[in-house]
Design a protein. Sequence first.
Length: 456
Amino acid sequence: MTIRTKIALQFSLIVATILFIFSLSIYYLSENYRQKEFYNSLRDRAITTSQLLIKEKEIDKKLLKIIDQNTLSSLYGVQVLVFNDSNQVAYSNYEADTIYYSPELLNRIRSNEYLETVFADKQVVGTMYSDTLSKNYVILAQADDLYGKQKLSNIKNTMVIGFVSAVLLTVFFGFIFAGQSLKPISDINKEISEINIQSITRKLKTGNNRDEIAVLAINFNKMLDRLEQSVEQQKSFVSNASHELRTPLAALKSEIQVALEKDRNESEYQTVLNTLLDDTHRLIKLSNGLLTLAKYESNDIGVKFKPTRIDSVLFNVQDELLQQHLDYNIVIDFEEIPDDDNWLQVNGSEQLLHTLFLNLIENACKYSPNKHADVKLYFNKANCLVRISDKGIGIPDADLKQIFEPFYRSQNATSYKGYGIGLSICKRIIEMHNGTIKISSIVGEGSKFLISMPHC
């Protein structure tokens, strides 16, 4: 079932329910009003008859019966009985045995002084009347409200026809209005179906930029912008990865070709093999870096986060780098000693944090003439902060915005070994830990990286 059909049917159901309740209420109120009005008319007729019979001595019973039977009013066929103190019929305008009554009913009327009831589709009114001699009479009047019931039947038929007509019109116009309301969405669907990887730069029309459909189009355009950026990054990644892989592979091919040009002695072959081994190590390192970057970009890392002490990770990184590079000088210090050890903990992966600080500290030493990196650890109520400083070559201002893009390297860093992958991995790891990283750098003076991560 389409949304258009659902909206039209739901709207019709709501309208039909409201109309049904409204019609039912009108019918119920009309029926109550009819009964009340007819009871009042019966009571008035009963009292009038009793007054003519008891007070007006000139009017005998036969004349009164003729008047009652030939009175033209809405009380067609009203039957009136008057009972004395002994419950004997003192007057009736019809044959008494054709009118419903019983001693029990008369006693109830005497007890309550007024009674309304129903018998065989007829409404019955009983009331008390006293003459000047304090004689009490029971007046019983009953009739079938044919005129009122006919009017009520007409009202019911009118409401049924009106209800059915209104529901049918609601369904018809509901489909029309639902189609008009959903037309912008249909237009958006049509535009979306025409967008592919070649036309990803195309944007949806946003209409008046104010209603919900315009907001949907705007958000979809923002998503397209993100997809376009991702596609461009993917293209750039593939291009750069191909370039970086091609360089060592070309070197391997060239060295093998040179070695095969003529016969060589064992020492020369040993030299060629050592060169090939170095290039192979370089190729493996680059491949591992590409796999790591792809894994972090897709969140396919398979690690669980847990409370991890930042200082322990930093000291492990320091030990590893100093063992690998004897000329490195790494100093780790606290701004102040924390009162609570939990302030040094973040919810994270020790493996990922190790990779993060290993890359940053190794870069600080690698790009510094003195091979020195200064690491400061401090904290506040919300975050644990690490500042890594060096006095190296620095990063030009024009490169700061792109420094975290895969394979991007500053112009003044091309003479150093590297592939431009490390900082991309670092940024992704920080994002996975809900942290931030800021850079300040001056060319020729050094750089400072400030990493902030929330406490556990």
